[in-house]
Write a protein that binds this ligand. Sequence first.
Ligand SMILES: Nc1nc2c(ncn2[C@@H]2O[C@H](COP(=O)(O)OP(=O)(O)OP(=O)(O)O)[C@@H](O)[C@H]2O)c(=O)[nH]1
Ligand SMILES: [Zn+2]
Length: 205
Amino acid sequence: MNALTIKRRVVIPMRAGKVMAEFVSFDGDDSGKEHIAIYCEGKSPEKAPVPLVRLHSECLTGDVFGSGRCDCGEQLDEAIDLINEQGGYILYLRQEGRGIGLYAKLEAYALQDQGYDTYQANEMLMLPDDGRDFSVAAEMLKALDLTEIRLLTNNPDKASQLINNGILVKELVPTSVHVNKHNRQYLETKAKRKHHTIIFDTMNK
Ligand SMILES: Nc1nc2c(ncn2[C@@H]2O[C@H](COP(=O)(O)OP(=O)(O)OP(=O)(O)O)[C@@H](O)[C@H]2O)c(=O)[nH]1
Ligand SMILES: [Zn+2]
């Protein structure tokens, strides 16, 4: 993965002006994917000397349309709340469907409707069960001068990929789990097959 440099910083008032965020674009990524960093200064930045960072993989269905098949939309809202409070960054990574793209994710959903789990469905399509390479996130962090972070995630692979790419993850901050009858099996499968730290006894049915 090439080193990246900052291309542009632009302020965007989010949530009807209640959350002021800076959107940052980058030069140097040959993949052509338009990954974005979203920065909030935080209302009490002195309380969190090591910045909070969320790596969020794009999920059009969840992030934009509030799909109940996953919990991406709720997790994104939570991350915005936290960085607005504590200060920090969301790296919004254009890795729809864990890297397989939106159309393929819809194919995978159709297979899940026939009984396959979230990883088997990808494999049935001859696609990686999780094709995400987070080295680009490490390069985005370096371009932002962030080499020590607190990482908001339940996914151990995000932390290990960042560490392997030169980022010091000083703390793992768990993200909430938002369960419903449509996404329970998806969440359970992530915990079982990919060791996500998901605590089910706090989840509603
Ligand atoms: N292929 C596939 N992708 C899915 C499915 N459900 C959700 N996704 C994608 O999974 C990704 C979820 O990303 P994140 O929330 O950043 O990551 P995570 O691995 O769940 O880890 P956390 O940091 O703990 O939330 C998004 O790109 C979604 O589009 C599915 O059933 N199949
Ligand atoms: Zn989702």
